[in-house]
Unconditional design. Structure first.
Length: 480
């Protein structure tokens, strides 16, 4: 984990936060009598309302899932109660050969030393496959004594993992699929259990997969937003889903379950984990979240890289949701909250209402600009218009700040609060900016369906579509 050695990294977000608070106060004091529309007010605050209601519902459901085990150290940060699956005194000792850590690697030479150092304690359990690497990754791994297969074919991660499973010894029953850039944290790094216990309890649970908590390592101002985002996504999002949760890029699988899922998988890198999860869940399998084990990764440090990542994420979400809707629907029928997450939250709020959210974001931007116009008396925006009332944005930022503070003290671990806290007042801006790559991701799906070409080429599968418009690339450069 990187250590912040200087307070200078806090000055920018704290300064912007202070200016924002001052602007809200002065803008409210100087606001003129303008027209007000309840409909526009509700529309402008749609993002705030949906995020707040979703957060409160998930916190409530998360508590209900493990109500009987809540308060015991062993069951904390779990989406299910594992106690019934693991009676006291009946824990099975895990054989050192019963599970493997597997990964596909591609042109990893520049960061190979970091990878080998991070996984050295697990070397005897690590099985790798070179996904068509063209540099010296394969040669260096083999020279250093690591097991690494190579077929000379670039299959992308799902296809490479499927091929590697075929090469594993028969005695391997459980596999931890990892990305080369992750680090498994021990008890000194924030985890409350070690990898051995994580695997042992999973094997006794009978589940198909388990997802640990993924956290972003401190690395600049953008990482602060992602750290808060990931904390909400895992410690509220996945933990609320009981045993119909979603896997991530780092997840533990029962080998036969993963093999069956990959045999039905599209083998696309887009939303590969979401596709894995719905394939498993639709066949009656169980997937749970175990946040007691923490793995960390570096987020995309550059805004351009982050932008490209999110375009790929949301293109993949729409792609898998439409192609696998039968599996999604079958999963949603399992419980009322599964229906809420997979149909209402993902299908309606995230996908179906996206155009409405674009309108909401535009109204908030106009309201924000109107507030500055009123504050500095520039008169660039028409005064008195029902569309430009600064109250819309002031209400949204105030509500989102309250929501962020609640989440900070109820969801974010104590050790991480000081790092995350400075960006909480600005998190609404992060949510609004998100709408741009989301829109491009959805536009990519529409473009490929209608015209066979993308609006924006992300970095996941650069060879998938040779015809790419440059508008999205220019926009990403401007954002950076």
């Amino acid at each position: 984990m990187k250590v912040l050695r200087s307070p200078w990294g806090l000055i920018a977000p704290l300064g912007v936060s202070a200016l924002l608070v001052a602007w809200v106060a002065l803008s409210a004091a100087n606001a003129q009598a303008v027209s007000f529309s309840v409909v526009l007010f509700a529309l402008a605050n749609l993002i705030v309302y949906t995020d707040a209601l979703d957060f409160l519902l998930r916190v409530y459901v998360r508590r209900r899932h493990t109500a009987t085990a809540r308060g015991t150290e062993r069951q904390r940060d779990l989406s299910i109660d594992l106690a019934p699956a693991m009676p006291l005194g009946m824990r099975r000792v895990v054989s050192s050969q019963s599970y493997a850590i597997i990964a596909s690697v591609y042109n990893l030479e520049e960061r190979l030393d970091e990878f080998m150092e991070a996984f050295e304690p697990y070397r005897n359990r690590v099985w790798l496959i070179s996904d068509g690497s063209t540099d010296d990754t394969l040669q260096r791994l083999r020279q250093a004594g690591w097991r690494c297969f190579d077929d000379g074919v670039n299959r992308h991660k799902p296809g490479a993992i499927k091929r590697l499973l075929e090469r594993l010894p028969d005695f391997v029953e459980t596999v931890l699929v990892v990305d080369p850039d992750i680090r498994i944290r021990g008890r000194a790094g924030g985890s409350t259990i070690d990898l051995e216990q994580f695997v042992a309890e999973f094997q006794q649970s009978g589940a198909a997969a388990a997802c640990p908590r993924v956290m972003i390592e401190p690395d600049g101002w953008l990482a602060r937003f992602q750290a808060f985002e990931y904390c909400l996504a895992f410690r509220v999002g996945r933990e609320s889903l009981a045993d119909y949760s979603i896997t991530s890029g780092v997840s533990l699988y029962r080998r036969d379950a993963l093999t069956n899922a990959l045999n039905r998988h599209s083998l696309s890198v887009y939303a590969e984990d979401f596709e894995n999860a719905v394939l498993l869940l639709s066949h009656g399998e169980r997937v749970y979240y175990d946040g007691r084990l923490i793995v960390s990764t570096e987020g995309p440090g550059l805004l351009r890289r982050w932008f490209s990542q999110r375009v790929g994420w949301y293109y993949g979400l729409l792609k898998v949701y439409t192609e696998r809707f039968g599996a999604v629907w079958h999963t949603a029928r399992r419980t009322p909250f599964a229906f809420y997450h997979y149909i209402i939250y993902v299908g309606v709020l995230s996908l179906g209402l996206h155009v409405v959210k674009i309108v909401s974001a535009v109204l908030l931007v106009i309201s924000f600009a109107s507030g500055f116009d009123n504050l500095f008396l520039t008169h660039l925006i028409p005064v008195g218009s029902v569309w430009t009332n600064p109250v819309y944005f002031m209400t949204a930022i105030g509500s989102y700040l309250a929501l962020g503070v609640i989440a900070l003290f109820t969801v974010v671990p104590k050790a991480e609060r000081a790092y995350v806290a400075p960006i909480v007042p600005l998190y609404l801006f992060y949510a609004l900016v998100h709408i741009i790559p989301m829109s491009l991701g959805f536009a990519n799906w529409v473009g490929l369906k209608l015209w066979g070409r993308r609006v924006y080429r992300d970095h996941y599968e650069p060879g998938e579509s040779p015809s790419v418009a440059v508008a999205g690339q220019v926009l990403a450069r401007r954002l950076e």
